[in-house]
Design a protein. Structure first.
Length: 201
């Protein structure tokens, strides 16, 4: 079966990266294959998990590679070497530069913990609580040169209750992320190479 090699970018504990790996092993990614982890935090949990399950990693700080521009060029070389067709940003905490955006236009998505365009940037859940809104959510969107502003593929709503602490909302958001992200990845891969002839709604 034809497949799409996927690279996941992550900077933290990697719960969404882990969920994608588990989804592939359960047959939930269709023709998507998690082939590579990219991280700017070599000691983060995502890198530890990738190492544990035998997924190749490119894990270097920007400082190690003489800055962001050189880092991105080396990442692009690695993506091309591994024949990566699709990039997923899942808890990656740096802005993507033009080198990667141009190379993966319409082939790079980001997972963001809000109903964009609301609450862009860092600490989106905390922003939602501070705004006293009754709901937030999760958005998967294409990456472009603007912060959290690319075309939206799919969103899921997450309620916020008056008694909620940040941890309560984060737990709900994570559950929504773990459901939404594998579904969107599967649909994108199937649409891209027609392995099941089903696209993103």
């Amino acid at each position: 079966m034809k497949r799409v090699n996927i690279a996941v970018f992550a900077s933290g504990q990697g719960s969404n990266f882990r969920r994608l790996v588990e989804a592939e092993r359960a047959g939930e990614l269709g023709c998507g294959h998690i082939a590579l982890l990219i991280s700017d935090k070599p000691t983060c949990g995502a890198v530890a998990y990738a190492t544990h399950v035998g997924i190749p990693c490119f894990a270097h700080t920007h400082q190690e590679l003489q800055g962001k521009a050189q880092w991105e060029q080396m990442v692009l070389n690695k993506l091309q070497q591994e024949q990566i067709g699709f990039v997923v940003l899942a808890g990656y905490m740096k802005l993507i530069g033009i080198t990667l955006i141009e190379a993966y236009e319409q082939r790079m998505i980001n997972l963001h913990p809000s109903l964009l365009p609301a609450f862009k940037g860092l600490n989106a859940v905390e922003q939602a609580l501070a705004a006293k809104v009754s709901e937030t959510g999760v958005t998967v969107h294409y990456v472009d040169a603007q912060l959290d502003a690319g075309p939206i593929l799919e969103q899921v709503r997450v309620p916020i209750f008056e008694t909620d602490a940040v941890e309560d909302v984060l737990a709900r958001v994570h559950r929504a992320e773990h459901e939404l992200l594998p579904r969107v990845v599967k649909q994108w891969c199937e649409r891209e190479i027609g392995c099941h002839g089903k696209g993103i709604n």
